[in-house]
Structure formats: structure tokens, C-alpha cells
Design a protein around this ligand. Sequence first.
Ligand code: HEC
Ligand code: HEC
Ligand code: HEC
Ligand code: HEC
Ligand code: HEC
Length: 414
Amino acid sequence: MEKRTSSPYPSIDRPVLAAIGVVLVGATAFFAYSDRQHDYKWYQAEFRSQVAEKFGDEKAAGVRAGVQQVWIPGLQRADRCTTCHQAVAWKGFEDAEEPLRTHPPEILKAHPPERFGCTSCHGGQGWAIDTAAAHGEVAHWEEPLLSASLGDAYTMGTNKGALIQMNCNVCHRYERETPGAGMINRAKALVEEKGCRACHVINGRGGTIGPDLTAVGEKAPEQYDYGRLSGQQTAFAWHVAHLKDPRALVQDSVMPNFHLSTTDAQALSMLVLSWRPARMSADFIAGVPRADVQTAEQKRAEDEMKTGPGAWFVQTGCFVCHSIAALGVKSPAQIGPDLSTAVDDTQKRFGMTVDDFIMNPTGTMSVVLTRQIVLDTEQRKVAIQKLREAFAEHQKQQAAGAAGPAVVSHQPGS
Ligand code: HEC
Ligand code: HEC
Ligand code: HEC
Ligand code: HEC
Ligand code: HEC
């Protein structure tokens, strides 16, 4: 025993230690296994006793035991959540502790769990039967439970319970408004208001200056470049930061800084991440619109402007980003400056004539004229001529004292 030198243990003890090791590993595995078994069995026993207490032994005897499952071929989902969440469809457990509480009933009227399961709204791992795994709190699971706790982790404050709306919108994406999805509705209004479609294809409509966003929610978290992002490195955090200041993350981006509040950036991030293909058969989205078309109002305004004096700018697509007030053209998005005074302004803004600017544009317009509105030299000459005509009209109106500031909103027909 005294000659213990290099090894802290005498060689004679090794078999013993090995045996102890095996026993320990075995015991850990056994306890982990039985603990797992325990988990849902314990909740089921607890539920049965609560039912017995409230409604009597006969009712309690009818409480289902063992693993419960809803298999929905159309959604390719097998959800076992009700193995623990047994009270979902029961009345009388509204104040019980989770997982034994009655489900808020309203939402399940239009989406009965026999047809929709649980994970299509909540996320999580449908087939798992222990709490952490079922709630998707495991590495490499891409559909975590969109719970209030995750909302907390994403610093969503009073909106922490809203994350679930991302999953609502996988089915309801073509609706302008979905009752019960307030954050998503807000974000959809922002997409219209800020004119994201000026540069992005969204639901099949829009420009090509930025990437097509139709399936951007599918991008794996590892595909984002977190190099310039401080704090949390999640896809959600990336989008919030990017929406608040695109160039802070993508240095040469021409995406504008819209000066969004944190809540608006979070709402838009939820919307953007909800844009992923719905892996479900058509009847699951049958009751909701399947295309996202212009409203009658938008269409009418566009048609009217198409025949007015600013027709060229509307037909060419400049009006997507620019108003030309002097010609009665009002851009829905107003991402670029009003073009009524461009002849004058390019000199001030870019230090070049409008001719040089259109022939060799910089910044956003260099991307616009190479990717979205590709004009050859002859067409660019037309553009310059049209900009001069607009400026002439502007000066005429100024002289007549008729026009206010260049960005004044024009009522067609007034
Ligand atoms: C092994 C039992 C078990 C299974 C299976 C299970 N849960 Fe839970 N669930 C719990 C327990 C316990 C709680 C309360 C404690 C907690 O939040 O972790 C809970 C809480 C929740 C909450 C509220 C969480 C919050 O932060 O507000 C939601 C939502 C939920 N579960 C959904 C699901 C869904 C969806 C599934 C199926 C994918 C599921 N659960 C499967 C045990 C389970
Ligand atoms: C159509 C979507 C939808 C389906 C399907 C659905 N839920 Fe819910 N669930 C909701 C909404 C919405 C809430 C309320 C969230 C809130 O008010 O913050 C909710 C609340 C809950 C809660 C309470 C915790 C919380 O976050 O408020 C639990 C637990 C829960 N659901 C479990 C389930 C289980 C288990 C199933 C399947 C049997 C299921 N849900 C099916 C939408 C759904
Ligand atoms: C798996 C796809 C799917 C998911 C996820 C989903 N819905 Fe639905 N929802 C539908 C379908 C389909 C209908 C139409 C039901 C029918 O056939 O009558 C519907 C109906 C509705 C209605 C009723 C519309 C009406 O005219 O009565 C509301 C409101 C609604 N959903 C909100 C939500 C909210 C909020 C969520 C998220 C918590 C959600 N949905 C999640 C597919 C879905
Ligand atoms: C003037 C053009 C322009 C407008 C307007 C614009 N974007 Fe972008 N957007 C871009 C460009 C260019 C990129 C690629 C460079 C980058 O990531 O910043 C981009 C990138 C993105 C990305 C990242 C896509 C990916 O695959 O990484 C999202 C998401 C996005 N934009 C959302 C929006 C939203 C939401 C709006 C409206 C609030 C909007 N954009 C308005 C030009 C624009
Ligand atoms: C996708 C949005 C978008 C479209 C479409 C677009 N522009 Fe622009 N344009 C901009 C932005 C943004 C600026 C401001 C300069 C910058 O940010 O680089 C600008 C600047 C200009 C300027 C300089 C204006 C000034 O006052 O300095 C001219 C001229 C111009 N655009 C002409 C056009 C013409 C002509 C078309 C149609 C052929 C067009 N633009 C289409 C976004 C757009």
C-alpha cells in the first residue's frame, strides 16, 4: 500500500473500482429510466385522484391510462402531449396546476385537437413522453415549445406569450388579419406601411432587390452570420437586430433603417420566421385564404395613376418607391425621395447631374437599375426626359402657387 506512486490507486483495487463503476452507470441508467416512466404516470395518478375528488370514483375509472396519442396523417404529426395534459378537454380544471389544467376553450372550437393535434400550434416534440423532451428543450430540435418562458428568454416583456402566433401564421399566412394573432397582425400592417415588397417578394408579389422572403423562416439558425451581433445568437435575435438597423449586421445592405421600435421589430421577426412552408395537406388550410392579393383599394389607386400624367413612372415601377407629387403619383411605400425635384436634388445629394446619376447611379439606385428595373441606354434617356418633365411641372405649379411641399399627398381627381 505504501508504494503507491504514479497511480493514486493500488492496482489490486482496479477490478473492484471497475465493478463499482459498472454498478453506478447501471443504477444511473435504471433510475433515469424509471424516473421517466414515473413522470407521466405520476401526473396520470394525480389527475385520476383529482377527478375522483371532484366527480366521483366512477368518472375517475374512465380516465385513460398509459401513453395517449393523436395521429394526424394530414399534418404528419403524432402528438402524445395529452399523456400528461389530460385535462385539456375537461371542464372543472380551469384553476389546476399544469399539466392538469383545462385548455382555453375558444381556440379549440375552430381547431379541435383530434384534427389539429397540439404541436401544430405549440411546437414541441409530439412523440416524446418526458417533460423536457416533449417541450423541445433539447439541442438541435428546431421546433421548441413557443411558450411564455421562451418569450421571456427572447426579452419580449408583456408580449412574451405571443410567440405561439408564429405557428398560427404558418396556416394563416395569407390572411390580412387573424383574430387571436395580434402581434402577427401588427407586423402584417407594417409590411404594407413600410413597403417591404418594394424590394422583397412576399407571398408571390414584390421586388427583387432583396432576397425572396417566401421561405426565409426555414433558414437554419447556423446559416446566419452572427459576426456583428452582440448578445443572444438566435435567428430571432438576428432578425430583431437586422430589422432595427440592417447595416449594423450587413455592412453594405441597401435595406433602409425604418427606425422601428423594439416591439415592432420583434413582431416583424415573428412574422418573418413564420414564413415557412406548411407541411400539411390542403384541407388544413382550406378554410383560410390561399393567396395574398392586392386589396381593391390598392388596385384602384394604381390603375388611376397608370393613366394620369405620371403614367410612365407607374408603369415602369419607379412609383413603388418614389412619389412624384407634381404628377399626382403617390408611392405606397415612399422609400426613396419624391422625384418631382430630382433634377435639382441629385446635384445636392450626389454632386452630379441627373443625367450622370441615371447613367451611372450609386447606392440603392445602382441595385434597382441592375436587378429590378433593368433599363438600357435609350430607356435611361427616356427616364431623364421624364424627370425633366416632372421638374418642369413642379416649377409651373410652384409659380402658380398651387403646389405645397413636394411630398404633399395627392388626391387623384382633385
Ligand atoms: C411528461 C409530461 C408532459 C408531457 C408529455 C408534455 N407536457 Fe407540457 N407540461 C408538463 C408540465 C409538468 C408542465 C408545467 C411545468 C412546466 O412548464 O414545465 C407543462 C407545461 C406546459 C405548457 C405551459 C408552459 C409555459 O411556459 O407556459 C405548455 C404550453 C405545454 N406544457 C405544452 C405541451 C405540449 C404541446 C406537449 C406535447 C408536445 C406537452 N406539453 C407534453 C408536462 C408535460
Ligand atoms: C389552434 C392552436 C392550438 C392547439 C391546436 C392547441 N393549443 Fe394549447 N393553447 C393555444 C393558445 C392560443 C393558448 C393560450 C395562450 C395564451 O393565452 O397565452 C393555449 C394554451 C395552452 C396551455 C396553457 C399554457 C399557456 O401557454 O397559456 C397549455 C398547457 C396548452 N395550450 C396545451 C395544449 C395541448 C396539450 C394541446 C393538444 C391537446 C393544445 N394545447 C392544442 C393554442 C392551441
Ligand atoms: C394547422 C393549421 C392551423 C393552425 C396552426 C392554426 N389554424 Fe386557425 N384555422 C385553421 C383552419 C383550417 C381554420 C378553418 C377551420 C374550419 O375549417 O372551419 C382555422 C380557423 C381559425 C379561426 C376562425 C376563423 C373563423 O372564421 O371562424 C381563427 C380565429 C383562427 N383559426 C385563429 C388561429 C390562431 C390564433 C392560431 C394560433 C394560436 C391558429 N388559428 C392556428 C388552420 C390553422
Ligand atoms: C430598399 C430595399 C429594401 C426594403 C424596402 C426592405 N428590404 Fe429587406 N433586404 C433588402 C436587401 C438588399 C437585403 C439583403 C441584405 C441584408 O440582409 O440586409 C434584405 C434582407 C432582408 C432580410 C434577411 C433575409 C435573409 O435571407 O437573410 C429580411 C428578413 C428582410 N430583408 C425583411 C424586410 C422587411 C420585413 C422589410 C420591410 C419592413 C424590408 N426587408 C424592406 C432590401 C430591402
Ligand atoms: C426599390 C426602391 C426604388 C425603386 C423601384 C426606384 N428607386 Fe430611385 N431611389 C431609391 C432610393 C432609396 C433613393 C435614394 C438614394 C439612395 O438611398 O441611394 C433613390 C434615388 C433616386 C434618384 C435621386 C433622387 C434625388 O432626389 O436625389 C433618382 C433620380 C431616382 N431614384 C430615380 C428613379 C427612377 C427613374 C426609377 C424608376 C425607373 C426609380 N428611381 C426606382 C429607391 C428606388
